[in-house]
Design a protein around this ligand. Structure first.
Ligand code: SF4
Ligand code: FE
Length: 507
């Protein structure tokens, strides 16, 4: 059960994760206290940093809630202005810099913000009470200082079939039973970021739904230790290095991301925590709003990229090649790519607009462009880091060999770079690059960059939908002097995207 406390510090947060009834499996065994597991703990530390930052730098990571008039963590805030949306990105970049990994809280922030406006618009159409219930939930989690996880990605079975057409109904999370007091849900969600480190989980939709998918049109909030939930922890490349003696081979001993499969076996959601129940026609809107926020949330990777660029620069310096023009050029290229990610994300946030609910949402086109950059540029930045680091990034002997009384002396002698730099420093930086590009945090920096918030094709579909090619053709036809009656009308047909491009910033 969730304790009635207000979590403010990282210590409060660590305490809040103990003595819960989570059923968690890892390596074929059930784990008693995930927070104490040496492989899981770095992921908890990464979330804890979101509490530390709110205290150390309240301007970035906290804000006054308009609902409670109290200072709350920014991850729990409903954006009231374009500036609020922009500040989310600034906080994300900073946390990427401080942890070098996925700090896991953006899914919850983006789920809260998207549901705030979607429940409002659902109620406008159906005269319901979802928005009121949702706002009560938001106030409760703001007062408690909780971490919210989003249960997003269904396992999806045969991708060519709709949820109701699947051979096994559980391949999409669905209502298994209805009662007067609420509903029961069954199914599974794959690779859920930070789910064990969350207090509440919001069950969301993955795809648009049709009339026959009505049992799949369910959105609601459940405590992460609700009866009927089983977590199966996902392996990360080189995860068992966290069990090694010493802190060098692991690369980043303090921080890591977290993903797990979540299985729901008739899990109860009470009526007061249900925020969609059968309104299949709003599933697409919810998916689109969530991905709009979340795709520009991937500016987190520019913060992580700052760490990787710094590691590559340090590796070059320790090798004595920092003044070589090709090294400077590679670092410049890495920075250019990294800032391009940030630029598109922050621009999307600056171009936020108000929804009917009063909550602000970022620009969808630029959010998709940001995320699409992330699917490519992180890999290129990683490639350049490998180029600068040299082959040792993947062939270094273990810390135990360096500590060995006989061969350790040889390794320190032969792996020395510049004379004033201890060999250990050189090894530590190379291990960090390995961690971020091949090891545990490559899951966050590379694979999650590829598939999180939708795989590349999902962004291309959205960009194609919004690219207004007829409008652009008309601009060209007009200027080229081709006589075409239609083109003049089309050149004045400014859509939402260009309306935002041309209007002064909102304040
Ligand atoms: Fe946040 Fe980035 Fe992790 Fe997504 S991948 S939860 S945006 S840190
Ligand atoms: Fe993600």
């Amino acid at each position: 059960m969730i304790k009635e406390i207000s979590i403010k510090t990282s210590k409060d947060y660590f305490d809040s994760l103990r003595n819960r009834n989570l059923i968690v499996y890892y390596f074929g065994e059930q784990i008693d206290e995930p927070i104490d597991h040496p492989i899981i703990r770095p992921s908890v530390n990464a979330v804890a940093k979101t509490y530390d930052l709110a205290i150390e730098n309240p301007e970035i990571a906290s804000v006054i809630s308009p609902f409670t008039n109290k200072r709350i963590n920014r991850f729990l805030h409903i954006a009231q202005s374009p500036e609020d949306v922009v500040m989310q990105n600034k906080m994300q970049r900073r946390l990427g810099q401080l942890t070098g990994t996925c700090f896991q809280r953006c899914v919850g922030m983006d789920a809260l913000n998207s549901l705030f406006s979607v429940t409002y618009e659902m109620d406008e159409k159906y005269n319901g009470s979802y928005h009121k219930k949702f706002k009560e939930f938001v106030v409760m989690v703001q007062n408690g200082g909780f971490v919210i996880g989003g249960a997003m990605t269904d396992v999806k079975g045969d991708r060519s079939l709709a949820p109701h057409q699947q051979n096994d109904p559980d391949l999409y999370v669905h209502i298994s039973k209805r009662t007067n007091k609420g509903v029961y849900i069954s199914g599974a969600k794959a690779h859920q970021t930070g789910c064990l480190n969350s207090h509440w989980m919001i069950v969301m939709r993955t795809i648009r739904l049709g009339e026959k998918d009505i049992d799949y049109a369910i959105v609601g909030a459940i405590p992460t230790d609700a009866k009927g939930i089983t977590y199966i922890y996902g392996r990360q490349s080189c995860d068992t290095r966290s069990l090694d003696e010493g802190d060098i081979d692991v690369g980043n001993a303090q921080y890591a991301g977290q993903e797990a499969m979540v299985i729901f076996d008739n899990v109860f959601i009470p009526n007061e925590r249900i925020f969609m129940n059968g309104e299949y026609d709003f599933a697409a809107m919810l998916v689109e709003r969530f991905t709009c926020y979340h795709r520009r949330s991937y500016v987190c990777k520019s913060g992580v990229g700052d760490v990787l660029i710094g590691a590559a620069a340090a590796a070059a310096e320790y090798n004595g090649v920092e003044k070589a023009s090709h090294i400077k050029d590679k670092l410049t290229e890495m920075t250019h790519l990294n800032e391009t990610i940030y630029a598109t994300g922050i621009a999307s946030s600056y171009q936020s607009h108000e929804t009917a609910s009063g909550a602000y949402i970022c620009d969808d086109m630029l959010a998709n462009v940001c995320k699409h950059h992330v699917t490519k540029f992180t890999y290129e930045i990683g490639r350049l880091a490998h180029d600068i680091a040299g082959g040792l990034v993947a062939t270094l002997p273990s810390q135990k060999d360096f500590d060995h009384p006989k061969i350790g002396i040889l390794l320190k002698k032969y792996l020395k770079g510049r004379k004033e730099i201890p060999t250990e420093n050189r090894v530590r930086i190379l291990r960090l690059i390995e961690n971020m590009t091949l090891g545990r945090n490559a899951v966050g920096y590379l694979t999650e960059s590829m598939h999180g918030a939708g795989s590349p094709q999902a962004q291309r579909i959205q960009i194609a939908r919004e690219m207004q090619v007829e409008f652009k053709k008309a601009l060209a036809i007009e200027l080229s002097g081709i006589k075409n009656n239609n083109s003049e009308k089309l050149t004045n047909k400014i859509t939402d995207y260009f309306a935002r491009v041309f209007s002064p910033p909102e304040s």
